[in-house]
Design a protein around this ligand. Structure first.
Ligand SMILES: [Zn+2]
Length: 348
């Protein structure tokens, strides 16, 4: 068993119970943790859960265009107000803004995700746009506590659940990429981080053949998915970077964001990226496609509104998305005709 004393505490409320019950429980939990003046950062979906928190400080709702500068200003404000923590209640964007602001303010973060759409819930990385640009992964702090309200998560959108599974599909491929880079002497493997990433994928593996719409309404599945996402985040904490959970498939997703402004949730784009890595590793691509189709994740460029020419641009741009990260994409070093040949092998 891993030594997990430096891991975040994870609290699960329900089932049964209501969101109102969770709101009261969360407020009590903060008092138990000696948090008496938190700054609550919440999305509109997080309003009900944050309603019972006792704090002399205001509740803040991030503006839709909140970027790194906005997060830095929030961090300064957090410090000036004398907050002893930031409680972030909402989706990925809200949590990421809070992680960045907390790093600036030097306070801890309590993450209260209202959906389980990616492994950033608990990672030390925040994806927040720079001014006038699209999302950029930057180092932040990992939450000290993750609070899961099952009544809230049971009513989260199905697309978010699919994306959460999609983000975890990356882990086995990210590990292959890590091994590839280590084999070239470019990196060394942190065994503890590696094991956590393996364990993270295992926590959801048995659900990959199930009907997601049914799973999404099953509290046991939601706890497994949350576990997987938290473990994946912890693997990144251990490694000190996103290596254990992010390889070529993430570079593909970043290239889609960069060139086309994002076509689906992060986890859905990552799952699609996995398909390309799977083919580059010479594995069962058609089996993987069928898995994506079953999970309701994009398995064809058309599902993301992308043409063959768009895909070529993406494949050529992907290696530039994370300079210094060596993956199967850099190893294959595709040019335009290589990219077209790859696309043909998968989709004809
Ligand atoms: Zn991801």
């Amino acid at each position: 068993m891993e030594d997990r004393k430096d891991f975040p505490q994870v609290f699960v409320y329900g089932p049964p119970g209501s969101e109102q019950g969770a709101a009261e429980d969360l407020a009590r939990k903060l008092v138990d943790l000696d948090i008496i003046a938190p700054l609550v950062v919440q999305s509109t979906f997080g309003e009900a859960l944050g309603a019972r928190i006792r704090t002399p400080l205001p509740h803040v709702v991030p503006v839709p265009q909140a970027n790194q500068e906005w997060a830095a200003t929030l961090g300064s404000r957090t410090r000036r107000l004398g907050a002893d923590a930031i409680v972030a209640i909402g989706g990925g964007r809200c949590l990421d803004i809070a992680k960045l602001a907390a790093a600036r303010a030097g306070v801890t973060v309590i993450a209260v995700p209202t959906q389980l759409s990616h492994d950033g819930i608990c990672s030390p990385v925040a994806v927040v746009p720079a001014q006038g640009a699209c999302g950029e992964s930057i180092g932040a702090i990992a939450p000290r506590v993750v609070y899961l309200s099952i009544p809230t998560l049971l009513s989260s959108p199905l697309g978010a659940v699919r994306a959460g599974l999609g983000d975890l599909l990356a882990n086995p491929l990210a590990l292959k990429d890590w091994e590839l880079a280590a084999g070239r002497g470019l990196e060394s493997i942190d065994q503890r981080a590696w094991n956590l990433s393996v364990e993270s994928f295992k926590s959801i593996e048995s659900y990959l053949a199930a009907d997601v719409a049914k799973s999404a309404r099953d509290p046991r599945f939601l706890i497994r998915l949350a576990d997987g996402l938290v473990l994946s985040g912890m693997a990144m904490v251990c490694a000190g970077n996103s290596r254990p959970a992010s390889g070529g498939e993430h570079e593909i997703s970043h290239a889609i964001d960069h060139l086309f402004g994002g076509r689906a949730l992060h986890g859905a784009q990552v799952a699609f990226g996995c398909l390309l890595s799977t083919e580059l590793y010479g594995e069962d691509t058609q089996g993987f496609r069928a898995r994506l189709a079953r999970l309701g994740l994009p398995q064809h460029p058309g599902d993301l509104g992308l043409s063959e020419d768009d895909m070529v641009k993406i494949l050529l741009a992907a290696p530039y998305m994370r300079p210094g990260r060596f993956t199967v994409l850099e190893d294959t070093d595709l040019d335009e005709s290589g990219s077209r040949a790859l696309l043909e092998r998968i989709w004809t």
